[in-house]
Write a protein that binds this ligand. Structure first.
Ligand code: GLP
Length: 260
């Protein structure tokens, strides 16, 4: 069962996660982080940027992104390579050579999944994986129906996900139909999963992921199979949880030493 922590704001979640990551990086300057795109993890990157400005050294940290669009040039501002460069790498001063994003270029797309899996394997494994949640319940870009054993591969986005992500593009037609995404099996190999969800729009998928049936129809429910999961949610995203009172109680009485 995941630990569910109620936060007052996304900024508060960003601070909590950044404190934890700062501890990881201090203990191991070569820590391996799993980074995510979308608006959800931005407060974490902002808080990490502040710690980097205050002297925390990210130069030997490696980072692995969850996913990438297929066929979108890497220079496109909405390619996940561009987003991770701008929002994470440049903010914290990570070494570009150590920041990895699946290769979504059409040339060689057939082997993009296995190449990324090989790279991940050579990293020694992800210490902490940040996750957001799509409204379809996807983590990474694992849409409903994704196998719990799946590894990095090409997936077809649902129309709902394309509509959700159209806000980043000039039109829906520009949103790619395919992506390369770490599989649920890949994500479950990370040593610690940190799932963030903010706002009412995530309430249904969040409740189904945390408390619903473990099912490939709800990819986020894969987190229930992992031994170390932290879910940070605001009240709006938490509003569909059956055991909300308990999570509030547990958050209010969380031992100071415990961390996430
Ligand atoms: C995209 C990403 C996911 C992310 C999701 C939610 O589809 N592939 O990794 O979790 O969007 O986006 P947001 O955080 O903007 O709500």
């Amino acid at each position: 069962m995941a630990e569910v922590i109620l936060v007052d704001s996304k900024e508060a979640a960003g601070e909590l996660v950044a404190d934890h990551i700062a501890g990881l990086v201090t203990a191991n300057p070569e820590a391996v982080l799993g980074v995510a795109t979308g608006s959800t993890p931005l407060p974490v990157y902002e808080a990490l940027g502040a710690r980097a400005d205050a002297g925390l050294d990210f130069s030997r940290v490696s980072a692995y992104a969850l996913d990438e669009y297929v066929g979108l040039p890497v220079e496109h501002p909405e390619s996940y390579r561009s987003v991770i460069t701008k929002e994470f790498q440049e903010r914290v001063g990570a070494n570009p050579a150590l920041v990895h994003v699946p290769d979504g270029s059409l040339d060689g797309i057939e082997t993009a999944g296995e190449r990324y899996e090989a790279l991940l394997a050579s990293s020694g494994g992800v210490d902490l994986q940040l996750l957001g949640l799509g409204t379809t319940g996807h983590i990474g870009f694992n849409e409903p129906g994704s196998s719990f054993g799946s590894l990095t591969r090409v997936k077809t986005l649902t129309e709902q996900t394309r509509l959700d992500n159209a806000r980043f593009f000039d039109s829906l037609d520009e949103v790619p139909i395919h992506c390369v995404t770490q599989g649920l099996g890949t994500i479950l190999r990370a040593r610690h999963l940190v799932l963030l969800a903010f706002g009412e729009g995530k309430a249904e998928a969040l409740a189904a992921s945390v408390e619903g049936a473990v099912s490939s129809s709800m990819p986020g429910s894969a987190i229930q199979l992992h031994p170390h999961v932290t879910v940070l949610v605001d009240e709006a995203a938490a509003s569909g949880l059956k055991n909300l009172d308990y999570y509030r109680w547990a958050t209010a009485h969380k031992p100071q030493w415990q961390g996430i």
